[in-house]
Design a binder for this molecule. Structure first.
Ligand SMILES: *Cc1c(COP(=O)(O)O)cnc(C)c1O
Length: 368
C-alpha cells in the first residue's frame, strides 16, 4: 500500500526500554530493575500529587475541562504571563508537533544541533521539511548563525539544556543570537530540563515573560515529565505570543489532557518544595557519576540536567555495555543511534547509583 511519500524518510521514535521488557526478556524480578533510561524523576511523584489523584479519580466518567482554566492560571502565575500566552499539550511533545505542523511544509527548512532531541527531526520530516544540522554535536551558536544566514529556515530549535548530551547555552548568548533572527522564523526553546539548569547555574536561567516580550517569534516549551515527576501523566506546555498560541490551537484535538493529568499538574505546581529537594539530590548524586567517570578515565559531558552522558574510548563499545547492564536489570540509553560511542544515564537515587557503579564495574571487567 502506498503512504504519504514524506513518511519514507521518517524514523520511528525509539523510547527508553520499559521495565516490563526486561522482566519478559531477561527474567529479572521487577523490583530489582533500575530504570535510568528516560530521565524520569527517580524520587517518584510528590505524595501530595498522589493524594490528589486518588480524590479526583471519582470524576473520571466526565470529560475534562477542555479550557484547562485552572492549570493555565497556575502556569500564568508561575511565569508572569497571561493564560492566552499558554497552550497545554499531551507532553511538550505534542506542542512540538503542533508548532512544526503549523509552520512547516515540504518547502521548509528546520535548523537544529547535530545531536539533539530526536522528535524535532521526526515531526519535521512528517511535513516533508528539510532538516539542517550544525557540524558540532553540542549547540554551537556560531554555527547556528552561519547556517541561519545561509538557509533562512522557517524554524530553529534550541534545546536548553540539550537532551541527550546535557550541555546548556548561557541565556545572554541565546539573546544575542535571537536578535539576529527574522520575525518570520519561529524559534523553539525547549526547556524540558530548565529547572535543573537554573538550579546549577544562574547564567542558564531563562525569564520566560522577558523572553517572549523581547522576541515575539519565540515559543518556550516546558514539561511536567522530568523535574515535576509526572512522565506517566503526559502534560507539557508552550508559552508564546497570543498569535503563535492561537495558531497552535487550530491543530489541537479536543480533550488532549485527561482529568487526572490536569489535576496532577496543578497539584505538582503547589509542591515546588518537593521539586527543589529532588533537584538538589540530583546534583549531589551526579557528582558521584563524574567521579566514577574520572576514576575510570572516561570522558563525560558536564550536565545541566538529570542525566549524564559518558563517552567510551576504543576499548569499549557502548551498545555492549548497555546490553550487559540490561541483562543485569539496569536500563540505560545507548547513544549508538546518535553516532556516538557513549551511554546516557539518568541520575538515580543514591542506592540505585551505588548498584549501577557496582554492576558497571563488573560489566567493564567482562568486556575488557
Ligand atoms: C522529555 C523531553 C521532552 C518532552 O517530554 P514530554 O514528556 O512529551 O513532555 C521534550 N524535549 C526534551 C528535550 C525532552 O528530553
Amino acid at each position: 500500500m502506498k503512504f504519504n511519500k514524506v513518511l519514507d524518510d521518517v524514523k520511528i521514535y525509539e523510547a527508553g526500554k520499559p521495565i516490563e521488557l526486561v522482566v519478559r526478556e531477561y527474567g529479572v524480578d521487577p523490583k530489582d530493575i533500575i530504570k535510568l533510561a528516560s530521565n524520569e524523576n527517580p524520587y517518584g511523584t510528590s505524595p501530595k500529587v498522589i493524594k490528589r489523584i486518588q480524590e479526583i479519580s471519582q470524576n473520571m466518567y466526565m470529560y475534562p475541562d477542555d479550557s484547562m482554566f485552572q492549570l493555565k492560571e497556575s502556569l500564568a502565575n508561575k511565569y508572569n504571563v497571561e493564560s492566552s500566552n499558554i497552550i497545554i499539550g499531551s507532553g511538550s511533545d505534542q506542542i512540538l508537533e503542533f508548532a512544526i505542523h503549523a509552520k512547516c511544509n515540504k518547502n521548509s527548512k528546520i535548523l537544529m544541533a547535530k545531536t539533539t532531541f530526536a522528535m524535532y527531526e521526526i515531526y519535521g520530516k512528517q511535513t516533508g521539511a528539510t532538516i539542517i544540522k550544525t557540524e558540532d554535536a553540542q549547540h554551537n551558536l556560531e554555527q547556528f548563525s552561519k547556517l541561519y544566514k545561509e538557509h533562512n529556515p522557517e524554524m530553529v530549535f534550541l534545546c536548553l539544556p540539550n537532551n541527550p548530551l546535557g550541555e546548556c547555552l548561557d541565556t545572554k548568548d541565546v539573546y544575542e543570537f535571537l536578535k539576529e533572527i527574522d520575525s518570520e522564523t519561529l524559534v523553539i526553546i525547549d526547556g524540558a530540563y530548565s529547572e535543573y539548569a537554573k538550579y546549577k547555574d544562574e547564567n542558564k536561567k531563562i525569564i520566560v515573560d522577558d523572553l517572549i516580550s523581547k522576541f515575539p517569534n519565540v515559543l518556550y516549551l516546558g514539561t511536567f515529565s522530568k523535574a515535576y515527576a509526572l512522565g506517566g501523566m503526559r502534560v507539557g506546555y508552550g508559552i508564546g505570543k497570543k498569535d503563535i498560541i492561537q495558531n497552535l490551537y487550530k491543530l489541537r484535538p479536543p480533550f488532549n489532557i485527561t482529568t487526572l493529568s490536569l489535576a496532577a499538574a496543578i497539584e505538582a505546581l503547589n509542591d515546588e518544595e518537593f521539586v527543589k529537594e529532588c533537584i538538589a539530590k540530583n546534583f549531589e548524586e551526579m557528582k558521584r557519576y563524574e567521579d566514577y567517570a574520572e576514576q575510570k578515565g572516561f570522558e563525560y559531558i558536564p550536565s545541566y540536567t538529570n542525566f549524564i552522558t559518558i563517552k567510551f574510548d576504543d576499548k569499549y563499545i557502548s551498545s555492549e555495555v548497555a546490553q550487559n547492564l540490561l541483562q543485569r536489570g539496569i536500563i540505560v540509553r545507548d547513544l549508538t543511534s546518535y553516532s556516538m560511542n557513549a551511554i546516557r544515564i539518568t541520575i538515580g537515587k543514591k542506592e540505585q547509583n551505588t548498584k549501577v557503579f557496582k554492576q558497571l564495574d563488573e560489566v567493564l571487567d567482562i568486556l575488557k
